[in-house]
Write a new protein. Structure first.
Lengths: 345, 677
């Protein structure tokens, strides 16, 4: 009977390990596509730490299971009252310490290369002098409960970014819940929020950054896979190299509809495809603005800003995004909604 | 026991001046009135048991809230089964529920209140309040706490907290729903003026006029009642950010303030008692690790809780009187509605909150670590492998615990360079935890394990703490945390630490000390069945959360099936929900065992487990004043496996003999000279 408990501990731990292995081989139960350069580095770190942890996990559980098997009170005699050993204590202090030092040492460069970019250089330590200028700057404004992406039509000079992030330009294209970038671009997002804390999280890009009321927070990444391209003939988006939907989620509780801040990430294969799409969006937006001046203008949630073209996913609106009917109404006017459907095989 | 020093030993424990008003009679008998014995008792044992029972009630409430969360996650958007059928009216009148379905707001309330109840009203009161109160004086050989009256107050101050907590479920908007972390500005945004909604007022007026036309006599009944002063004030707390961030949040803040004050009173008392009221010969390095755990926890609480209390008051002021501690200078816009200008910082709350709440994680595990060490040594019949490394590890955890709070904020918008510093400190704090684990394993190795409900739960603690500890290393690494922060990986981690470790430690403690508390044994077969099922089901409930986290499943999502990348994970979500419901059912076995044993359990002697520590020298249950005579301590707490001692063990009070001292970890008590002076 006493060995029953040893077997229980062994079984439960094996089941846990088994689930990890099974999940690795199950589609969509593991890390999503590594669609950015930092995703590759983060995944590598994840597996490195995972390997070290698996070693300590298996070792400690094995010791416990064997101990439960061998040392029950059924054995004759007293326990060996051995206790205290400087050598052993030092060994099992130094061993894990070495592991932790290595983990810290390999983590730091990745952290530095992902998050230190875009920091002001005023503080000498850690500002990344090698950081190149961004190829693309997008202002992201979160609010309860959607994301607004503001795309400048022309390239913004580096020293103008700060000023632009405050007021924007009247020519900017603003889209709800759609992030468009291109493969290989140094993308710089500027995250803002108008109300509460949200968190910009794209699992496929391994990008996560909270937005903070009153602050503009820079985020840098470089996409390395592309999932759509713009087809100028059809005037829509079509599936690209990786025909996948990459979703943007909110990772910080922001109220009841926290779970509905769904966005989509479109990575174009090159800058040309992105520019063609942007031009298309600009024309659509202009045409829409022209019709809207004649219609009612009560909807502008953000007064003094360009009209918001919403190319929201159809299933999302179908799921009762009824809180803001105007969004649904305007969503039908933009061309790439059909593209969106075709991008979802 | 014939102790020659017995007659000469002076009274110890609480000094007489503080004992003067304690009880009705002299120092031999306790108070006799019902109220002074069972309700407003000054006796640390009664107070401990009061904490135990309060915690038990809130444990059930917190568990039910968790099952509500699991219901929604397993089967999103379904009508609440059974509940909606049995109580249709109630289900529809739940604050902001969608008919018989729960609304997203209701869901945020469920997980917020689940965490709040479990952390602040179950684990902290159980570990610190129940076990701390009951065990500290008994284990150090004191008659009572140093400040019995303060001790009583520490329990009764919790009651306003209970009232606010329960009442918050019934206020307008429902109980708090901004997470147990209550991050501003979701939690703190307030309206400087009551909102005058012209459209709404006009509509109300029109309805009233219509009614008046129909039946003038009904006019009086239908006219909007003039709200009372309390309603008017409470209405002003309504939040533009979320329905539950209004009155519910104010009640939440008040409940936590009272719970914090209770813990502060307790911690001051524990520190004083442990430093001043130890029995003769009970040197610090002879204290059982449970007492060490409680002592270090008390120090943590005394230093960290004031910070949380201040933060809670700041948020309360933001919500009620219009201060702007957490409102950024430009203010906030909610749709077309603006809060007005601020001047504060939302991030300030996160710093203050985690400055307490990271140490709080250790407050919720260190006492359990101590208790598990005691239980393991007693049932392995073997000295704890490294007593001093265990003590120093706990001190190291407490010390480092104060400089790692930033690891909750790696992605918060805090300067990433600070994240680097917090990563180094966080990696370091993994070390003492590892040392403790290895010492437990070395204690089990070569022992003679007696498998009881208590020892099984303690062994499970060791096994599961390894998982909880190792998963913490992933999020300590800042780049990996970019991905897994605020995903289910974190949820898995906290439940492996707080449920599969702390709660299993609490189970071990209840099975182990129940005979001392109530003089009766709990049923072993029931206890082992309960352990067996809970161990399996808890792993089935919480381990798959790691997988969800690895796949990127965010926390606090009402309906994950909205997302393409989360839909394939739904089978796992359902599996976890089913496991959770079964686990909830299994706890009935524990409750039955607990209450049945309370009245019909086999009577236990003073020392049913042949354990060495002082509490087993006292009668079960111990009378007022605990010990028949003040115990005198000659030995460390874990002298098991002694070949030449009766039963193979040396109790802490056993007289040192020539042959025994050779095995003693410490020589004859140096503090004996204190007795003579």
């Amino acid at each position: 009977m006493h060995r029953f408990w040893s077997l229980l501990f062994a079984t439960v731990n094996l089941a846990c390990l088994g689930l990890v292995v099974a999940a690795y081989f199950t589609t969509d139960w593991w890390l999503p596509d590594a669609a950015s350069t930092q995703a590759v580095q983060i995944d590598w770190l994840f597996y490195f730490i995972g390997g070290l942890c698996a070693f300590f996990y298996v070792a400690t559980q094995l010791i416990l299971v064997v101990a439960l098997w061998r040392f029950s009170s059924n054995r004759a005699g007293l326990a060996n009252p051995v206790h205290g050993s400087h050598v052993v204590e030092i060994l099992w202090t130094v061993g894990p310490l070495a592991g932790l030092v290595v983990i810290t040492a390999v983590s730091f460069p990745v952290w530095k290369s992902t998050k230190y970019q875009g920091l002001p250089a005023s503080f000498p330590i850690g500002s990344d002098a090698k950081a190149s200028d961004p190829d693309q700057v997008i202002l992201v404004t979160a609010r309860q409960w959607d994301w607004h992406f503001r795309y400048p039509v022309a390239t913004i000079a580096v020293n103008e970014i700060r000023h632009w992030s405050e007021d924007g330009n009247p020519t900017d294209i603003v889209l709800a819940d759609e992030l468009h970038v291109w493969k290989g671009a140094q993308v710089q997002l500027l995250l803002k929020t108008t109300d509460v804390i949200h968190s910009f999280f794209v699992p496929a890009l391994r990008v996560k950054q909270d937005t903070l009321p009153g602050k503009t927070i820079p985020v840098r990444f470089e996409p390395r896979l592309s999932n759509v391209r713009f087809d100028p003939q059809k005037g829509t988006l079509v599936p690209g190299e990786q025909p996948k939907t990459w979703e943007l989620v909110c990772a910080e509780l922001c109220g009841g509809n926290h779970y509905r801040m769904r966005g989509k990430v479109f990575v174009h294969p090159d800058k040309a495809s992105f520019l063609a799409w942007l031009e298309n969006a600009r024309q659509k937006s202009r045409a829409r603005a022209a019709t809207e001046t004649t219609g009612n203008s009560s909807r502008s949630a953000m007064p003094g800003r360009p009209a918001i073209a919403v190319a929201d996913a159809a299933p999302q609106s179908a799921r009762g995004r009824t809180s803001d009917p105007v969004e649904n109404e305007s969503g039908s006017s933009i061309g790439n909604q059909t593209a969106e459907d075709s991008a979802n095989p | 026991m014939s102790d020659p020093l017995k007659s000469t030993a002076p009274t110890n424990g609480a000094d007489d001046s503080s004992h003067a008003g304690h009880g009705l009679s002299g120092h031999d008998h306790g108070p006799t009135g019902f109220f002074s014995r069972f309700v407003f008792s000054l006796d640390h044992k009664t107070i401990g048991i009061q904490f135990l029972f309060s915690g038990l009630i809130f444990w059930l409430l917190g568990g039910l809230l968790a099952l509500g969360v699991r219901l929604q996650l397993g089967w999103p958007n379904q009508a609440m089964p059974l509940f909606a059928q049995w109580f249709p009216q109630l289900a529809e009148s739940i604050p902001s529920s969608w008919g018989t379905r729960m609304s997203p707001e209701f869901y945020t309330m469920l997980f917020t209140m689940h965490a709040t109840v479990m952390i602040f009203f179950v684990i902290v009161p159980w570990l610190g309040g129940a076990f701390g109160n009951f065990l500290i004086p008994l284990m150090i050989g004191a008659k009572d706490m140093a400040f019995p009256r303060l001790n009583m107050l520490s329990y009764w101050v919790l009651w306003p907290g209970f009232v606010f907590l329960i009442a918050s479920f019934f206020v307008d908007g429902g109980a708090a729903g901004s997470g147990w972390t209550a991050y501003p500005t979701l939690s703190s945004a307030a309206q400087p003026e009551p909102v005058a909604d012209a459209g709404w007022d006009a509509a109300k007026k029109a309805t009233a006029e219509q009614n008046a036309e129909k039946s003038p006599e009904k006019k009086a009944a239908d006219a909007p009642k003039e709200p009372g002063l309390v309603e008017k004030i409470m209405k002003r707390w309504d939040s533009p950010a979320a329905g539950q961030s209004g009155q519910g949040q104010v009640f939440w803040l008040l409940a936590l303030i009272f719970s914090g004050i209770s813990s502060m009173m307790g911690s001051v008392n524990y520190i004083t008692t442990i430093l001043n009221c130890r029995a003769p010969g009970m040197t610090l390095m002879r204290m059982p690790l449970t007492v060490w755990g409680m002592f270090i926890t008390a120090v943590l609480q005394a230093l960290a809780l004031p910070v949380l209390t201040v933060a809670l008051f700041m948020q309360l002021l933001d919500k009620t009187v219009g201060t702007v501690f957490f409102l950024p200078p430009a203010g906030l816009s909610f749709g077309n509605w603006h809060t007005g200008t601020g001047g504060g910082q939302p991030l300030l709350w996160q710093h203050l909150f985690w400055f307490y709440s990271h140490p709080a994680v250790y407050i919720m595990i260190l006492p359990a670590m101590g208790m598990v060490s005691d239980v393991l040594a007693a049932f392995c019949r073997k000295p704890l492998f490294g007593y001093k490394p265990m003590v120093f590890s706990m001190i190291a955890i407490a010390g480092l615990g104060f400089i790692v709070w930033g690891h909750h904020m790696f992605q918060s918008g805090m300067d990433p360079r600070m994240g680097s510093a917090f990563m180094v400190a966080t990696m370091l704090i993994a070390l003492p935890s590892a040392i403790k684990t290895f010492n437990w394993l070395a204690t089990v190795w070569g022992s003679r394990i007696v498998f009881t409900s208590a020892s099984l739960n303690a062994l499970a603690f060791v096994s599961m703490f390894v998982i909880g500890g190792l998963s913490g290393i992933f999020m300590a690494s800042t780049p990996v945390d970019i991905y897994i922060h605020d995903t289910y990986f974190i949820v898995a981690h906290i439940h492996y630490v707080l449920f599969l470790s702390s709660t299993f430690g609490i189970f071990a403690g209840i099975y182990y000390w129940f005979p001392k508390m109530f003089g009766r044994m709990m049923s072993e077969p029931l206890g082992q069945i309960h352990f067996f099922l809970t161990f399996i089901l808890a792993n089935a409930t919480f381990f798959p959360m790691h997988i969800l986290g690895i796949a990127g499943h965010p926390r606090r999502y009402y309906d994950p099936t909205l997302y393409d990348f989360l839909r394939p994970l739904q089978p796992l979500n359902q599996f976890m929900s089913i496991s959770a419901f079964l686990m909830g059912l299994v706890q009935i076995i524990f409750l039955v065992n607990f209450f049945w044993s309370l009245f019909f359990g086999k009577r236990s002697g003073n020392d049913p487990w042949s354990a060495n520590t002082l509490e087993w020298q006292a009668p079960s249950p111990p009378p007022h004043g605990n010990f028949e005579a003040t115990p005198i301590v000659y030995h460390g707490p874990y002298e098991y496996g002694m070949a030449d001692a009766p039963e193979g063990r040396v109790a802490q009070t056993d007289l040192p003999t020539g042959s025994l001292t050779a095995h003693s970890t410490l020589a004859a008590p140096s503090s004996l000279d204190r007795i003579d002076s």
